[in-house]
Design a protein around this ligand. Structure first.
Ligand SMILES: NC(=O)c1ccc[n+]([C@@H]2O[C@H](COP(=O)([O-])OP(=O)(O)OC[C@H]3O[C@@H](n4cnc5c(N)ncnc54)[C@H](OP(=O)(O)O)[C@@H]3O)[C@@H](O)[C@H]2O)c1
Length: 267
């Protein structure tokens, strides 16, 4: 049976994609070939997901779609291994390498359709969001294919590549900000006398439920805030404290700092 998806690098994000692609029956396990240098990792992936594995990147590149999922610093080494006729059979190259521009990908694979993607960690539970940017040779059917693949781990948005650093600062780094906010909310609950386990459960569900409410209704966040702040009530007292502490501008600056850092790292 021929391989349809070759994956170079079977780490955290690679595994997230493999697990969801199989669950959603986008590819059957025997159609996926993952290359990874660690024998233990290969055994884990083949035992758990029944995918094919190899230690040879060149072998994983004998496929229709090739997904690059190594750390960005490994890119040059991988390209050197695939030099020459290494990617002859590949019709589409997908890269999730942070900070690796299309121009660099296209220079490495000159006659190939390339799509750059930026997923985020909630992809591991199928609740991620992936931004994709097409290279010069990518056509609409390639974009459809990429949307189907990354759609397995959550939502997909197509954007101009010039937005990628901003996206890294918002949705790429965002899970870190939200985790910190949830931890702090739980600490607040504990400070107010709640047991830690209950406080954490309440904090997680409050963030998740509020996000879902906004998503399902299309309501503006300010409208939700207005709805829950009754005159002289508890929520406006809490909101007033958040404003005094500068939480709003701290979050704006967090996204901006991560955006600037992403720009810096890409140079
Ligand atoms: N994790 C995220 O939330 C996230 C979000 C957006 C984008 N990304 C991007 O996704 C890529 C992968 O991230 P990750 O978190 O999945 O990293 P990871 O867990 O370190 O996975 C990378 C995998 O590639 C393997 N590898 C190393 N050198 C290789 C080579 N020459 N050929 C083939 N495989 C090789 C690694 O093996 P060893 O462990 O032995 O080195 C590891 O199993 C990165 O480029 C990152 O920028 C990640």
């Amino acid at each position: 049976m021929s391989i349809q998806l070759g994956m170079i690098g079977g780490g955290m994000m690679g595994e997230a994609l493999i697990s969801r692609l199989i669950v959603q029956e986008i590819y059957t396990p025997e159609r996926i070939l993952v290359s990874d240098p660690q024998a233990e990792r290969r055994k884990f992936l083949s035992d758990r997901y029944k995918v094919q594995t190899t230690a040879q990147n060149l072998e994983a590149a004998q496929t229709d779609v090739l997904l690059l999922a190594v750390k960005p610093q490994m890119f040059d080494q991988v390209v050197a291994e695939l030099a020459g006729d290494g990617v002859t059979s590949v019709a589409l190259i997908l890269s999730i390498l942070a900070g690796t521009p299309l121009e660099k990908l296209e220079r490495a694979f000159p006659d190939k359709a390339v799509i750059r993607a930026m997923p985020n960690t909630p992809a591991t539970v199928g609740a991620g969001i992936t931004a994709i940017s097409p290279g010069l040779l990518a056509q609409s059917h390639h974009l459809e294919q990429a949307t189907r693949i990354f759609g397995a781990v959550g939502e997909v948005v197509e954007v101009a590549e010039s937005y990628m650093d901003a996206i890294t600062g918002l949705s790429g780094s965002g899970p870190g900000y939200v985790a910190l906010i949830i931890e702090a909310l739980a600490d607040g609950g504990v400070a107010a006398g709640l047991p830690r386990v209950i406080a954490t459960k309440l904090a997680i569900q409050t963030v998740k439920g509020s996000a879902q409410l906004l998503q399902d209704t299309g309501m503006h966040p300010a409208q939700l805030k207005d709805q829950v702040t009754s005159p002289g009530g508890t929520t406006i007292a809490g909101v007033a404290h958040l404003e005094r502490a500068g939480v709003r501008s701290a979050l704006i600056e967090a996204v901006r700092s991560a955006y600037l850092r992403s720009q810096e790292l890409g140079q």
